[in-house]
Design a protein around this ligand. Structure first.
Ligand SMILES: Nc1ncnc2c1ncn2[C@@H]1O[C@H](COP(=O)(O)OP(=O)(O)OP(=O)(O)O)[C@@H](O)[C@H]1O
Ligand SMILES: [Mg+2]
Length: 334
């Protein structure tokens, strides 16, 4: 039986081109209100309300199980919401899922290429699935090969490509029909840092052409390159903002770095200090969020080392957001 992901590939796209498929700018590319999905009694996605504009690169971030993939699957029209509503390109995710599938590109967490076929054969196969005319196909194939940096490797068997090459080819297959919105679910896991950078350059080019890109990732360097970041935890959307705004607004305190020998073991002691909001391990150093800058002296006295004030990283922001949300839920549950 075909999986739900398969059903996207097997939907014949209409053959309109990107230009006339681009939604009007007055309408968000993604617009959800209280979008919710439960599995049995478990709430995987909890009342997510978000708007994403055409041409945005929006990063979906959050720990494993946060609900990123489940949101993406609902937005792609392959999983029905339990409650709430969502529109993609103006189409209702529950009522118009067939229309949505025709107009988007999707790379699932386990994207599928045919490993025993060549680069060209894979693209030709997807061009067929999306119903491209022979003329459009002969125009798009070289464009996708060029975008994927695979010129000269058209006849290479996919199994023999680098992981970065396979990922770029999978993107080429996902966007061969010129969709105006693309969902990429952790497209660069397993790819080298240079390969990831190349992939993100391609994403940015797509966005410059007006394509909306939603990309789930665990990589902070990729998050930094997104126009806005949607941060999920426990099924809830905890923040949706630019990396700069998130750093400026979310910490609610003064961030310092501490170098201590057995750093990990010192966390509970530091966290028990009344002037400390948060203490976490980053590599071999501790990041501590103080309530006020003036608490520096107290921390110095308590630990015996000099704390260095630092600019928060996105990781700091996400740790703080997730912790705040856990506390609020605890309070709420009594
Ligand atoms: N079909 C399903 N049946 C039951 N539970 C599910 C199903 N799909 C997802 N879940 C659960 O919903 C939660 C959210 O999962 P989801 O895959 O959306 O998370 P994620 O943020 O994409 O995580 P990751 O970073 O690991 O990909 C998880 O607890 C997962 O086990
Ligand atoms: Mg996922």
């Amino acid at each position: 039986m075909a999986s739900n992901d398969e059903s996207i590939k097997q939907t014949r796209a209409d053959t309109r081109t990107g230009a006339d498929m681009t939604p009007s700018t007055s309408q968000p590319a993604v617009d959800t209100h209280d979008l919710t999905r439960t599995f049995g009694g478990f709430i995987a996605v909890d009342q997510v309300t978000m708007q994403i504009d055409p041409g945005e690169v929006c990063g979906f971030l959050g720990p494993n199980g946060a609900g990123k993939t489940t949101v993406i699957r609902m937005l792609c029209g392959i999983l029905e919401p339990t409650s709430g509503s969502g529109k993609v390109l103006g189409y209702d995710v529950a009522r118009d899922s067939e229309q949505i599938k025709k107009h988007l590109g999707y790379m699932s967490q386990k994207f599928s290429l045919y490993n025993d076929l060549t680069v060209q054969e894979n693209l030709t196969f997807y061009a067929g699935i999306y119903g491209l005319s022979p003329r459009e196909r002969s125009r798009r194939l070289p464009e996708m090969i060029d975008m994927a940096g695979l010129t000269g490797q058209e006849q290479a068997i996919v199994a023999n490509l680098s992981s970065g090459g396979r990922q770029r080819l999978a993107l080429g297959c996902a966007i061969i029909s010129r969709p105006s919105i693309v969902f990429l679910d952790e497209p660069t896991s397993g790819v080298s840092p240079t390969g990831r950078q190349t992939f993100f350059n391609i994403i940015q080019n797509l966005a410059n052409q007006g394509v909306t890109v939603i990309v789930a990732t665990h990589f902070m360097d990729e998050a930094e390159r997104c126009g806005r970041i949607a941060f999920f935890s426990g099924g809830q959307l905890l923040a949706l903002d630019t990396p700069g705004h998130l750093k400026a607004a979310s910490l609610g305190g003064f961030l310092v770095e501490l170098e201590l020998p057995d750093a990990m073991a010192r966390i509970p002691g530091i966290e028990s200090q009344l002037y400390v909001r948060e203490c976490s391990l980053h590599g071999v150093v501790l990041h501590v969020i103080l309530k006020e800058e003036s608490d520096l002296a107290a921390l110095r006295t308590f630990t015996g080392v000099e704390p260095n004030p630092i600019t928060p990283s996105l990781e700091d922001v996400f740790i703080a957001l997730a912790k705040k949300s856990r506390m609020e839920r605890k309070e709420h549950d009594g």
